[in-house]
Design a protein around this ligand. Structure first.
Ligand code: ATP
Ligand code: MG
Length: 196
């Protein structure tokens, strides 16, 4: 099986993540997409705003309707600490020797790949499916050859939404309804996650 791994902080998960995962699945003929919330993302200067259990529950709610194509994968949560993709990839390959794994990433992360922990080894064991993202110019052509060879770009309808924008809207009391699945919207409001 060819598995797409959709990693993220998901603080909160939004329709950009879901559309990216579904378009990658369809266009790259992936068998499944595993959503992998980061316990502690290595590249973010500050800690996630919502507690880990809330971010996890929001991912669970968001993908519930998309079974069996989408699944929740808890490796980074169970390992705790900083969530380096290289460690996660090694663990997945060890646990699922019959699968091959491609990480699904937006254009902001494509640009950032050279800075990923142990990237020279990581590109030998997994590949990447890159998607465009509004506000980020295509960067794959600028990547060092060894990294570029591991990246395949595909396309999706542009979704100009980020978790940061949603957190800001929520904090200002503005509506972010329909930018996240309805169940996630209700969960955020019930738990007053990003209200100030
Ligand atoms: P934040 O603003 O907190 O960084 P985010 O919206 O970037 O949140 P992340 O959890 O950081 O969400 O992103 C997880 C993955 O999803 C990354 O690879 C990112 O590039 C990708 N992604 C997020 N939003 C989009 C989008 N609108 N279009 C394409 N890819 C996206
Ligand atoms: Mg981000």
């Amino acid at each position: 099986m060819h598995i797409g791994v959709m990693g993220g902080t998901f603080d909160p998960i939004h329709i950009g993540h879901l559309i990216a995962a579904e378009q990658a699945r369809d266009r790259m003929e992936l068998d499944e997409v595993w959503f992998m919330p980061a316990f502690r993302p290595p590249h973010k200067a500050s800690a996630p705003v919502a507690e880990a259990r809330h971010r996890l529950e929001m991912v669970r709610l968001a993908i519930a309707a998309a079974k069996p194509h989408f699944r929740l994968c808890l490796h980074e949560f169970e390992r705790e600490g900083v969530s380096y993709t290289y460690n996660t990839a090694q663990e997945l390959i060890r646990r699922y020797p019959g699968h091959r794994f491609s990480w699904i990433i937006g254009a902001d992360m494509v640009r950032f790949l050279p800075q990923w922990h142990n990237i020279d080894e990581l590109v030998k064991i997994v590949s990447f499916i890159g998607l465009p993202r509004p506000g980020y110019a295509p960067a794959e052509a600028d990547l060092p050859e060894a990294i570029r060879a591991a990246v395949r770009m595909t396309d999706m309808p542009a979704v100009d939404i980020s978790s940061t924008a949603i957190r800001n809207m929520a904090a200002r009391g503005r509506s972010f309804r329909f930018l996240v699945p309805e169940a996630v919207y209700e969960y955020i409001r019930e738990n007053r996650l990003y209200a100030t």
